[in-house]
Design a protein around this ligand. Structure first.
Ligand SMILES: CC(=O)SCCNC(=O)CCNC(=O)[C@H](O)C(C)(C)COP(=O)(O)OP(=O)(O)OC[C@H]1O[C@@H](n2cnc3c(N)ncnc32)[C@H](O)[C@@H]1OP(=O)(O)O
Ligand SMILES: O=C([O-])CC(=O)C(=O)O
Length: 373
């Protein structure tokens, strides 16, 4: 048995949800470039869960179901007030809150497809509310109940800030949600599938996935990109900052990808949005600095930007706190996790690979009292 480090190139499942072939990303066969320009996030949710685009009526129904289920239990809000909220990363809070949600769901362990679908709606609807409620509670502000007449993109920004977003802010946020929704067998989706393949419940699968998304080699990279841009500070510092990192063999956050070789097709849409928004806010330096970093990195190494790189300046321009960037990734990606969880249940087999043992062999047991200090 020989191990493939990081399972690179290993095909671990079949899936009809999304594909990456020759650097082209599709959701159920629809090119991400079309979806980014034309689709609402709600349409994408329906597409990923039903493997077809909704009719007008189906879209209206799913929107209504999501809107009606967006309120979170008061106990989750009280829970946010029960610890030192300023010392907690919102991804850790989200991971725990989603697990907690499961305790208030009478159907948490009911495993039939209809009950699972109702849980999918509840999780998709409530995760955005958890994120914005956490963000407000830690600022000493009252949580805002989501409105039933707003899109999911608008509702997120509304429940975060208390103000209805501008058209351009809603458009940018919707596009970000569409672009992050699913991505074949990425680390967090794989985690979700491994978890539910034991026939564990949907809440366990999503909680596990949030834990995997949190890391800076995956979803956590968008916050790390913003940290880097903040450290660079001004466009003219980019050259020396990046040069030093590269010569120290340090990773540049937001660059590189396990699957894409010629670039992440999502990045150009976020780059365009980043430029548009940073001009609009009069703070063009974040876009300019990002573009400069891209120019420097790509001239040194064959490492194009990934989805996390320009999403950082997009969210910053929308006035969002930097540590909420990865939770926003989860707000979108939960749609993909749930689609994969559903697919896993439909054709389940336990996921249990092998390890190539490299530890010591033929050891002789020494009694405790003979082992020295
Ligand atoms: C939504 C997402 O999850 S997108 C990815 C988000 N993560 C990041 O942006 C973090 C930065 N990027 C990375 O760490 C990597 O490119 C990953 C994790 C995305 C992909 O990793 P892998 O396919 O395992 O590549 P691996 O880490 O083995 O790197 C291969 C080589 O490229 C280099 N490399 C890869 N990414 C980078 C980077 N961002 N900056 C500098 N060098 C890099 C590595 O140092 C390594 O060089 P070596 O062969 O000389 O040792
Ligand atoms: O697919 C991956 O490895 C990471 C990624 O880009 C994503 O999850 O969107």
């Amino acid at each position: 048995m020989t191990a493939t480090r990081g399972l690179e190139g290993v095909v671990a499942t079949t899936s009809s949800v999304s594909s990456i072939i020759d650097d082209t990303l599709t959701y159920v066969g629809y090119n991400i470039d079309d979806l980014a320009v034309h689709a609402s996030f709600e349409e994408v949710i329906y597409l990923l869960w039903h493997l077809k685009l909704p009719t007008k009526q189906q879209l209206a129904e799913v929107k209504q179901q999501l809107a009606e289920n967006a309120k979170i239990p008061q106990a989750v809000i009280e829970h946010f007030k029960s610890y030192d909220i300023d010392s907690v990363h919102p991804m850790a809070a989200l991971r725990t809150a989603v697990s907690l949600l499961g305790l208030f769901d009478e159907e948490a362990d009911v495993m039939n497809p209809d009950a699972n679908y109702r849980k999918m709606i509840r999780l998709q609807a409530q995760i955005p509310t958890i994120v914005t409620t956490f963000a407000r509670v830690r600022k000493g502000l009252d949580p805002i109940t989501p409105r039933t007449d707003l899109t999911m993109a608008a509702n997120f920004l509304y429940t975060l800030t208390g103000e209805e977003p501008s058209e351009i802010a809603e458009e940018a946020f919707n596009k970000a949600l569409v672009l992050h929704a699913d991505h074949e067998l990425n680390a967090s989706t794989f985690t979700a599938r491994v978890c539910v393949a034991t026939l564990s419940d949907v809440y366990s699968g999503v909680t596990a996935a949030i834990g995997a998304l949190k890391g800076p080699l995956h979803g956590g990279a968008n916050e790390a990109v913003m940290k880097m841009l903040t450290e660079i500070g001004e466009v003219e510092n980019a050259e020396s900052y990046i040069g030093e990192k590269l010569s120290n063999k340090e990773k540049i956050m937001g660059f590189g990808h396990r699957v894409y070789r010629n670039g992440d097709p999502r990045a150009k849409h976020l780059k365009e949005m980043s430029e548009k928004l940073s001009k609009l806010t009069g703070e063009s330096k974040w876009y300019e600095m990002s573009a400069k970093v891209e120019e420097i990195v790509t001239s040194e190494k064959p490492l194009p930007p990934n989805v996390d790189f320009y999403s950082a300046s997009v969210y910053h321009s929308l006035g969002i706190d930097h540590d909420l960037f990865t939770p926003i990734f989860a707000v979108s990606r939960v749609s993909g996790w749930l689609a994969h969880i559903r697919e896993q249940y439909e054709n389940n087999r336990l996921i249990r690979p092998r390890a190539d043992y490299t530890g010591p062999d033929m050891q002789v047991y020494v009694p405790l009292e003979q082992r020295g200090k």
